[in-house]
Write a protein that binds this ligand. Structure first.
Ligand code: GH3
Ligand code: MG
Ligand code: MG
Ligand code: MG
Length: 311
């Protein structure tokens, strides 16, 4: 068979790679039955600027993970009292379903293939033989950080709107469903820019994009709950807010948008208005039904003359 051709590319050495990767401080949970081992590995980690929480009991570690503590890395030995390390690997995988990626390293003093395969099959990302050499541990943590970084980037790409940085439609509906599951009072504001087609026609698509970005910025107080759900349509989730209070918030937002003028590079300024619909969810609503209520109110705001809020 043909020999692969060497790809011409930037020449860099491994040492160079190590230098360019920023050492990022990670929050690490370290689990091992032996306090001596905890101290030894814990010291290596803290010396490198990481934050470490140690457990000699698997059950306590599991409770800590379930407690919602935000961690970046779980390092667990196989042989732990309470909950075995293998199970911890699994549980960590199940818990870490949010926006914050969790890297899992299994550790064992044995190096046999069975152990290694079992660890990786149980959800571990990597395997370390104890005690690790400091250099090896450092390198494996850099690999962990690279993967966590890539996972964070994937989450961002999957949940954020590229133009405005707000949540995208998909992430918004997931949050709305989540909120409904909790059964608390909540309202939604649906916002649609008025005569936006005219903005594009007059100032070009780029001018339109500048306006979309400015409208998104006017919602910065709602970071993490504001979304771009359509081309020039936005939505905001308001947990714990009744419909009439949401109406007041929507009105303030409407004024803020009407007061915002964006200046293009050529010096021309654009200002827009928006129409808003507000709705509290009903007891048995799913997210679609809830948004439908807000959409009906928004439609009433449009037909009522635009630049207004209807609940
Ligand atoms: P109305 O007051 O009834 O909402 O009128 P409108 O012109 O805002 O509504 P319409 O739905 O007819 O037009 C929306 C326009 O938004 C059409 C589309 O070209 C534009 N649009 C959608 N996505 C984008 C985008 O990403 N950038 C820009 N610049 N325009 C977009
Ligand atoms: Mg629209
Ligand atoms: Mg519109
Ligand atoms: Mg209503």
């Amino acid at each position: 068979c043909a020999r692969p051709r060497r790809m011409p590319g930037p020449a860099f050495s491994v040492a160079h790679l190590v230098i360019v990767q920023r050492v990022v401080s990670m929050r690490i949970v370290l689990v091992d039955a032996s306090r001596v081992t905890l101290k030894l590995i814990g010291r290596m980690l803290t010396d490198n600027g990481h934050e470490v929480v140690c457990f000699s009991d698997g059950l306590e570690a599991l409770a800590y993970l379930h407690g919602g503590s935000e961690i970046d890395l779980l390092m667990t030995s196989f042989e732990t009292p309470g909950v075995p390390g293998i199970q911890l690997c699994w549980e960590a995988r199940l818990i870490a379903n949010g926006d914050r990626p969790l890297y899992v390293i299994a550790m064992s003093s044995s190096n046999d293939a069975d152990h290694l395969a079992e660890a990786l099959d149980s959800g571990a990302d990597d395997f370390i033989r104890k005690p690790p050499a400091p250099m090896e541990l450092d390198a494996r943590l850099r690999a962990a950080e690279r993967l966590n970084q890539a996972r964070r980037e994937l989450v961002r790409l999957a949940t954020r709107d590229g133009l405005t940085g707000l949540l995208n439609r998909r992430a918004f509906f997931i949050q709305a469903e989540d909120l409904l599951r909790h059964g608390i009072v909540a309202s939604v504001i649906l916002l649609d820019i008025d005569h936006f087609k005219q903005v594009n026609d007059t100032y070009g698509h780029d001018g339109g994009d500048v306006v979309l970005t400015a409208v998104a910025r006017a919602m910065s107080a709602y970071a993490g709950r504001a979304a771009r759900v359509g081309g020039e349509e936005f939505a905001i989730l308001l947990p714990g807010v009744t419909e009439s209070d949401a109406y007041e918030e929507a009105e303030r937002l409407r004024w803020r948008i009407a007061d915002t003028a964006v200046t293009l590079r050529d010096g021309r300024t654009i200002s827009v208005t928006a129409s808003l619909g507000v709705a509290e969810h009903a007891t048995d609503d799913n997210a679609d039904e809830w948004m439908k209520r807000a959409d009906i109110a928004l439609y009433a705001a449009k037909t009522g003359g635009r630049n207004r809020t209807v609940m």
